[in-house]
Design a protein around this ligand. Structure first.
Ligand SMILES: C[S@@+](CC[C@H](N)C(=O)[O-])C[C@H]1O[C@@H](n2cnc3c(N)ncnc32)[C@H](O)[C@@H]1O
Length: 222
């Protein structure tokens, strides 16, 4: 059964977003970072994008050392049906990893420049959006941007704050694949209502804690 945590203006669901999304009211924006479906291919080595990193070579798969976990079963890219659920949830979409999914042409791609010089690792990540604006770039080091990283594909908070700020006038935001809750922290910090879904109980608990901390911090500042 789905667990629901209400933390201030955030409502977090532990469960499969494909079951939860159709039950939710429509919101203003989807800002999300679904699994790209490339970690499971890490052993294939067929393209530079899926070649093993030194960390993967030693453990076989990408390992979240903090949680001492080495499974990437969650890394399954959303199907066409799951993408359709995202589009039904809100008029505005910011979808990280959009270059891996079957999405229509758009001018408003977002580029995260990870400021890392090694060409055998991805130097940028791309978000598909239907924003009405030109393509844009955000620079933030992948390592310096995620101090105390708790999810193997955690996004920098500064990057997700930028995304939330780009969603001008969007007071309610859903992240159906919230992982450690970075979108939720950014949304809460910028005073937006947030709904998040996460299927993995360990990452769900991390998201609950981070979003609760962000709310508490906001109250302290107020
Ligand atoms: C790329 S990660 C998101 C990381 C996040 N941006 C962060 O900063 O921590 C995608 C997350 O989606 C979750 N996930 C995968 N399939 C899901 C589904 N059907 N419903 C809900 N969550 C899902 C995975 O467990 C994983 O934590």
């Amino acid at each position: 059964m789905t667990r629901v945590e209400v933390i201030g203006n955030a409502t977090l669901y532990l469960g499969d977003c494909r079951e939860i999304l159709p039950t939710l009211p429509k919101v203003d924006a989807v800002i999300t970072d679904p699994p790209y479906g490339i970690l499971n291919l890490a052993g294939a080595g067929s393209t530079p994008a899926v070649r093993k990193s030194p960390r993967q070579q030693s453990s076989g798969v990408l390992k979240n050392r903090l949680l001492n976990r080495s499974d990437v079963r969650w890394d399954v890219a959303p199907s066409a049906d799951a993408l359709a659920l995202l589009f039904a949830a809100a008029p505005l979409q910011i979808i990280w990893g959009g270059n891996y999914f079957a999405l229509p042409p758009t001018r408003a791609m977002l580029v995260w420049d990870k400021e890392q010089p090694w060409e055998n690792f991805s130097q940028v990540e791309l978000a598909w959006t239907n924003l009405s604006r030109p393509a844009a770039i955000f620079r933030e080091s992948a390592t310096r941007g995620t101090p105390g990283k708790e999810h193997p594909t955690q996004k920098p908070l500064s990057l997700m704050r930028w995304c939330v700020a780009l969603a001008k006038g969007c007071n309610s935001i859903v992240d159906p694949y919230m992982g450690s809750g970075t979108t939720g922290v950014a949304a809460v910090e910028l005073g937006r209502n947030f709904i998040g879904c996460e299927v993995d109980p360990a990452y769900f608990d991390i998201a609950c804690r981070r979003i609760e901390d962000a709310q508490r911090q906001g109250r302290l500042i107020a």
